[in-house]
Design a protein around this ligand. Structure first.
Ligand code: THU
Length: 130
């Protein structure tokens, strides 16, 4: 699947955002190696700390459905710029999808493709606790 198509899926996921506190909507679309797409959005809570980011929603949904191999993930926010994953999501990506292509996007015409090492150098990984 082309990057632009995956970004369009992330834009669709963003429509489901539950973000009454920040009013910042985020959408993620995760493509597995077998070719299935899992959508995720940010889900907030009046208790604030239980908030979940779009990227983690997508990854946890895919893992919950038995997926383990991931090709790329597109992320869109709702500000004027490109959306980059937060620190917590970077840590989750390095754990669950260390080789994934991360498409940080504003829309289909404005995006950057990065690897987790670009976003989280010298990461703490599962190897570090062996
Ligand atoms: N958010 C994401 O969904 N992904 C990120 O990588 C950055 C932050 C969400 C969390 C919260 O619902 C809102 O954006 C504002 O932080």
């Amino acid at each position: 699947m082309q990057n632009e198509e995956l970004i369009k899926q992330a834009l669709i996921a963003r429509e489901n955002s539950y973000s009454p506190y920040s009013n910042y909507k985020v959408g993620a679309a995760l493509l597995t190696k077998p070719g299935k797409v899992y959508l995720g959005t940010n889900v907030e809570n009046c208790g604030y700390s239980p908030c979940n980011c779009a990227e983690r929603s997508a990854l946890f949904s895919a893992i919950s459905n038995g997926e383990r191999d991931f090709e790329k993930i597109a992320i869109v926010g709702s500000s004027n710029g490109i959306a980059y994953p937060c620190g917590v999501c970077r840590q989750v990506i390095v754990e669950l999808a260390p080789n994934i292509e991360i498409i940080c996007a504003k829309d289909e015409n404005n995006y950057e493709v990065l690897k987790i090492n670009d976003l989280l150098p010298h990461a703490f990984t599962p190897n570090d606790i062996k």
